[in-house]
Design a protein around this ligand. Sequence first.
Ligand SMILES: [Zn+2]
Length: 360
Amino acid sequence: MPWNLLKQDPYRHFLAERVSDPPQGRVVQVVLLRWTDSYAVFTTEGQEINTEVTRAGLSSNGRISRAVLFKRKQVAAERRTGKAWRRQYADRIQLDALWQAVPGEEREKILNCSLIQNLCGLCPDCILYGFAAQEETRGSIPSRVWTDTAFSIGPVEPQTFTLNAVDEVTHTTEHALAEREHLPPGIVFPSVETLVDVTPAELVYVLSNILRTRRYGAEKSRAGVVRSIILDVFFGDTEKFTNLELSQRFYDALATSVEDWSRLPVESLQQAWPTIRDQVMKDYPGVLHRFDALDGLHSALKDQVSSEDHVVEFLRQLEEGAVAYHQSRSSSSEAPSRRGRRTRRPREERPEEEEPEEEA
Ligand SMILES: [Zn+2]
């Protein structure tokens, strides 16, 4: 299991032993590079790609128009991957213990848990990524996976495609169906996922979801292939890495050598990374340890998600964590719970702020 590597000092001190542990602000930061490996449509609505004008770099003056990959686009895609995984192996991971640990007739709800309207609020995924209660009787669960909108390293120029449909009988194109902006392949987004008070199994679940999700944004069935690589994983008590600042630091590092920002060689980013990383670590106070066995963790993860037996074994352990969580909650149901807020919170404070993905 990949988490044997996580049991070493000092990393184990920054992971929770149980899902039900009281919050201690233990932080795991996963720093990623995501880049488009086909045309991609990152838009909240309509035909235009989301962009934002921001300062080019920390030391580079001037402002550039960056492509934006919204936080929910990242995490919703990864959650869907994880949820489909659980559903696919449901008959082999023995959900009975989880069904028995929660009150009421929740079997179908847990089994069919899906984004966004059918979240069950009971399964390991909902307990980790968060759940917004729609009814008064069930508490919301704040997400312990913190993400933020990611920005492309360099300026972008979206390309507009006209979508046509050819009539099967006449073989003519009657009219254009739509025009839509696309991002070309090769746009790179540094992105940080910050996990708070997670167990080793929950960390492995998030990493598996990141590595197994290949499509983001709209028009998924035809485009939107994105590759994510993990640059580093950190354990500590502080968030030091943030998305826009990383994009700006990469911009500074590459500004003198790059001619075409839409064709960034990933190797040059990997070369620039250690200097950027060390500078960020130095610039901000707080404890944060760089995980020194990333290659080992990576191959253990690959091994685990590539074998059905290992997947089943892992998902069972994840399920057991959720069972323990519910058991501890029901035994302390009189005491105020950190996760089970019984009052309905205003919409803007709710943890699950995902919106339906527009599908073209
Ligand atoms: Zn659920």
